[in-house]
Each structure stands twice: as structure tokens, then as C-alpha cells.
Design a protein around this ligand. Structure first.
Ligand code: MLT
Length: 326
């Protein structure tokens, strides 16, 4: 059945009466909402927009980003998990909201492995320790000494419990053995604005969000969270060079509510694969220090396996860092 025949049939018998599998063949026939569970202007939003625009072209329908921030991304993820599984509500989120936070909340309103269908990996991001411009430190060793000397006064910004910036910060603080004040935001987009204006001291955030402000000299970068320095930040050492074993990278992926027809998942995945194969998109992601997924990683099975591996890795690691669930 071609698309026009399907649409005519849908109009004749009423869309509600059509089986999901028939609707899936015509998909998409109207704009798609993509929930981003953090504020606009942050890393998840930025990546969703770069990929989403090209995926819209591949699907022939607009992808409309809906930012649903708060509670470390759990509000938005929950909204997506409970949405009608018809392909018109999708989710773009990161591993903090699906894996890390299992160790940080006494109870979550969703089960990331049971309530969502993985579609494919969108990108993996290194993080950067950034400090306000006038913090009186020039390198990581000075930063560590400063934080130790000013414990319980120093403030770090993060995007709520279980956010990527929370994971980056809590692993750092735990390894430095310091207690500092936590300033929560609905996303690191708004947090970054406050760091630039000097309203708190530091943040560990995904490179995609902070590169431009570092390059403009509005904040200082003292270390990267990967085991190798980033070509996008020449001269910035790894945190691991001083704090042995510190390594955090954040993956971001596309999901749909559980029960979304397989044909729809496959169509969205085809659009993702086409996007990731586009040289312009690859160049833009590389410029933003985003590690571009392989075609296998950008599939439902690839992302499902990554989610499981991340739960297995991070839940015990966060518990070992001594953070009590809220
Ligand atoms: C986070 O810390 O989880 C992210 O930076 C969220 C965001 O996209 O703002």
C-alpha cells in the first residue's frame, strides 16, 4: 500500500480505528514531538537540535523539540515513557537519566529498561571541569587545593540529581574527598550563564555546552574527563593526570515509549543512520567534541546493550562514591 492510499484509508475509516501496524507504514504523517528532559540551550538540547533537524529532512516531517526540565531529567523522561506509543512522541536523553539515577533516587517513576524502546545512540560527549573566570586558580592542582581549603563554602553547579553534571561533579568531589555546596538547575544551559556571570565556582559539564565560552575566555577549563586530552581544547590536561582514575563520558540516545511499533522504530533509526552518515553533520559533531556513533551503536540493539552496560557500570560506582539516594 502506498502512502497516499494509506492516508485515504485512514481518513475513510478514522485513524483511531486503524491498527498500529497500518499507521506505522504511513508514518510519519504529522510533526513529531521530541522530548528533551532539560532546559533549552544546554548540551542535550544542542545535540537534539543538530541531529533532529537533519532527521526531520530524512523523515519528511518536522521534529519539534519540547524541553521538559526538572528533577535531573526524570520529569521529562517520565512524560515520554507514559506518552502514547504511536511514534509522535520520542525522547532524546542521556545515560544519567536512565542509568546513573537508579543509584540516586529511592524510587523512580519509570524503569528505563522496561518502559522505553531504544532507537539508537546519538553521540558520546567528553566533559570539562570549568571554573568561573576569576576563581584564583590556574590549574587543576591549584583548584584541588583551593576547594579543600574552602570546603562547605565553594559552590558547584549541576542540573539536578542524576544529571550528567551531577555525575561528573559527584565523582570529582568524592575523589578529591571534599564537601561542597550544590546549586541545582533545570539544565546546564542556564547553569552556564550563571557560571559566566560568576554566581558559583565550578561545574563539570559536557564539552558541547562549554567549548564556546571557554574559547571566548568567559570561563576557564582546568581538565577534561577523558583519558586523553581533546584536540578541541589544546593545552587543557586530563583530570586523570592529577586525579588517577577519573573518567566520565556521557552518551545521549533516542528512545520511544514502550509499545511503539517496530516499523516506526526502524524508520526513525533509518533517519538517524542517514544523519550520522552525513559528512556535514559528522564535521559539526566533531567540532563540538562529540564522538560520532558507529552504525551498529546507532541501532536499537546497540543502544539497549549500552544502557545495560551503563547500569552495570555506574550504579555500583555511584554507590561506592557514598552518595545516599534521595
Ligand atoms: C546534565 O548535566 O545532565 C546536562 O548538562 C543536562 C542539560 O542538557 O542541560
Amino acid at each position: 500500500m502506498n502512502r497516499r492510499v494509506l492516508l485515504a484509508a485512514a481518513a475513510a475509516i478514522g485513524v483511531a480505528a486503524m491498527p498500529f501496524s497500518v499507521l506505522a507504514q504511513a508514518y510519519p504523517t504529522k510533526p513529531i514531538t521530541m522530548i528533551v528532559p532539560f532546559a533549552a540551550g544546554g548540551p542535550t538540547d544542542a545535540l537534539a537540535r543538530v541531529l533532529g533537524q537533519r532527521m526531520s529532512e530524512a523523515l519528511g516531517q518536522q521534529i519539534v523539540i519540547e524541553n521538559v526540565g526538572g528533577a535531573g531529567g526524570t520529569i521529562g523522561v517520565n512524560k515520554a515513557a507514559k506518552a502514547t506509543p504511536d511514534g509522535y512522541t520520542l525522547l532524546f536523553t542521556h545515560m544519567g537519566t536512565l542509568a546513573v539515577n537508579i543509584a540516586l533516587y529511592k524510587s523512580l517513576p519509570y524503569d528505563s529498561q522496561k518502559d522505553l524502546e531504544p532507537i539508537g545512540l546519538g553521540g558520546t560527549n567528553p566533559m570539562v571541569l570549568v571554573v568561573k573566570k576569576d576563581l584564583p586558580v590556574k590549574n587543576f592542582a591549584e583548584f584541588q587545593a583551593y576547594v579543600k581549603a574552602n570546603q562547605k563554602k565553594v559552590q558547584y553547579g549541576m542540573a539536578g540529581i542524576g544529571a550528567a553534571s551531577h555525575l561528573g561533579g559527584l565523582m570529582l568531589n568524592s575523589m578529591m574527598q571534599v564537601e561542597v555546596l550544590e546549586i541545582p538547575y533545570k539544565g546546564t544551559g542556564p547553569a552556564l550563564n550563571d557560571l559566566v556571570s560568576g554566581q558559583f565556582d565550578y561545574m563539570v559539564d559536557q564539552a558541547v555546552n562549554v567549548l564556546a565560552q571557554i574559547q571566548a575566555g568567559n570561563i576557564k577549563a582546568l581538565g577534561v574527563s577523558t583519558l586523553k586530552p581533546l584536540p578541541q581544547l589544546p593545552g587543557v590536561p586530563t583530570i586523570d593526570a592529577t586525579l588517577k582514575g577519573y573518567e566520565v563520558t556521557i552518551w545521549n540516545g533516542f528512545f520511544a515509549p514502550k509499545g511503539t511499533p517496530k516499523e516506526i522504530i526502524a524508520k526513525v533509526d533509518q533517519a538517524l543512520l542517514a544523519t550520522l552518515a552525513d559528512e556535514k553533520i559528522r564535521a559539526r559533531l566533531t567540532e563540538l567534541a562529540v564522538d560520532v556513533p558507529t552504525p551498529q551503536e546507532a541501532t536499537p540493539d546497540g543502544l539497549r546493550a549500552l544502557l545495560k552496560a551503563s547500569i552495570d557500570k555506574w550504579v555500583p560506582a555511584v554507590k561506592a562514591a557514598g552518595v545516599k539516594p534521595e
